[in-house]
Design a binder for this molecule. Structure first.
Ligand SMILES: *[C@@H]1O[C@H](CO)[C@@H](O)[C@H](O)[C@H]1NC(C)=O
Length: 456
């Protein structure tokens, strides 16, 4: 992945013509160019340009005209994205249309082809909310899974734009087209251990990408309320359990966690300066159907079915590693409750008019399960015995234990997780065997698709 270098922002381009003009003005002044001469040269240039325009093979038809000129002025040097045009705008508007009157939302969902993004988009749409998705379909894990999720959303009538959240002009265009009431910002570079291989991608997505989204939101009129995915990993070396929102989060153990923590600070800034209503959600090890192949429960399932040995980590002195596994449906319920309870942003025209809401919630299950128990549950559902190898957990960013205190989410969002790990994994395994039918009952080693497992 080529990350680390954020896409050019609109700022650079808007400065260019300005500078150009000054340069010409200075030239004219310097040489005392006579007006009549200047006018005849201008006329000559205009005739030449018009001639070139006529013989151009891309002479726009009446239908394409507006979109072509618009694209040229907006995108400048952009070449990768293929957005814009009359049909494209129609699809965006139609997808954003609210069917649930009068209280429906119109939501821009980033990372909509991702695990949580797909489920949340679908749930919103089922309620009658307007949803427009955006995703860059990167290859951190098998993009074909993201395409399958896209097909799922498409069947629900959701338009998913292939684009990057760092593409400022694209975001501005979307906010020009649609008065989004909310942004559900889930696009991120996930995974704890991969951060050691590709640190730049974490900065690109989780820091630059977040700023790009918040810039678009604060300049939008009306400003949307923003709900975004932070992470339980911000608790880092915190030892107080269960993890409460008031606990220390200034000792992250991975770059992933550090970029999410940075995001929470950045959210504070945009709330403080621009009056954006922002809610950060600290997800605890989300799992379920259509999940992420880089996560332990997913890769364990793949390897157990393939007859491969799975590696289980243990802490110093044989301490068991445990996670507060949270089922996707419960997380989606928390996301939607956050959107529903979000107060309006107070800014307008990029200026704050009054204090705005700033919240952060743990979304967990409040019952940590040892990873060895996770494996036992998978064995029962898959009806295959796992070949286990237990090794000391390397110091690569993972923490030993997570446990959410969800009393705040319960009180303010009505958040109430209802699915235990047994039930949730049963649903996951059912989906897995249907999605990868060739792996069922086969011990043929499959090619590994992910990049190591993560339990974040
Ligand atoms: C959970 O957090 C709340 C504050 O949100 C606090 O009052 C409560 O004591 C915490 N519970 C535990 C078991 O730490």
């Amino acid at each position: 992945m080529d990350a680390g270098v954020p896409s050019t922002t609109g700022k650079f381009k808007s400065e260019k013509p300005h500078h150009h003009l000054n340069y010409h003005q200075r030239l004219l002044r310097l040489h005392y160019f006579p007006l009549s001469k200047f006018l005849s040269w201008s006329l000559f240039a205009a005739v030449i340009l018009f001639g070139l325009f006529l013989i151009s093979p891309h002479s726009p038809s009446a239908l394409r005209f507006s979109s072509t000129t618009e694209r040229r002025s907006l995108r400048g040097s952009y070449s990768a994205a293929s957005w814009g045009g009359f049909e494209w705008e129609k699809r965006v508007r139609s997808s954003a249309r609210i069917r649930r009157r009068p209280s429906g939302l119109s939501v821009l969902v980033t990372g909509a082809a991702g695990f949580v993004g797909t489920h949340a988009s679908d749930a919103l749409r089922r309620r009658g909310d307007g949803v427009v998705g955006i995703d860059n379909f990167n290859d951190y894990y098998d993009p074909s899974l993201k395409r399958a999720r896209q097909a799922l959303l498409s069947r629900s009538g959701i338009f998913l734009i292939e684009g990057d959240i760092n593409d400022g002009p694209l975001l501005r265009k979307l906010f020009d087209l649609v008065a989004f009431t909310h942004v559900l910002h889930l696009a991120a570079q996930a995974g704890v251990r991969y951060a050691m291989l590709n640190p730049g991608s974490y900065v690109h997505s989780n820091v630059a990408g977040l700023v790009s989204i918040l810039e678009a939101a604060r300049t939008a009129n009306p400003q949307p309320a923003v709900v975004w995915a932070s992470s339980s990993s911000v608790y880092g070396l915190n030892t107080g359990v269960p993890f409460s929102e008031s606990h220390r989060t200034d000792r992250p153990a991975s770059l992933y966690a550090a970029t999410k923590k940075a995001g929470e600070e950045i959210a504070h800034v945009y709330n403080h300066i621009y009056g954006l209503s922002i809610t950060g959600l600290r997800f605890f090890t989300v799992y379920g159907p259509w999940g992420r192949p880089d996560m332990a429960y997913f890769s364990f399932t793949r390897d157990i079915l393939a007859g491969k040995t799975i590696t289980i980590f243990e802490g110093p002195g044989g301490v068991t590693v445990a996670r507060d596994f949270t089922f996707i449906d419960d997380i989606v319920q928390g996301c939607i409750a956050s959107l529903d309870t979000a107060k309006k942003s107070t800014g307008s025209g990029g200026t704050k008019q009054g204090p705005a809401q700033l919240r952060v919630f743990n979304l967990g299950n409040t019952s940590p399960v040892p990873v060895v128990e996770l494996v036992s549950i998978l064995e029962r559902h898959l009806k295959v015995k796992a070949k286990r190898k237990v090794v000391k957990m390397p110091r690569n960013g993972d923490v030993l234990f997570t446990h959410a205190n969800i009393s705040s989410a319960r009180a303010e969002l009505g958040y109430q997780p209802t699915t235990n790990l047994q039930t949730g994994l049963k649903k996951f395994v059912k989906w897995y065997l249907a999605y990868y039918p060739s792996t069922a009952g086969s011990s043929v080693a499959k090619k590994r698709g992910g990049r190591g497992s993560s339990s974040s």
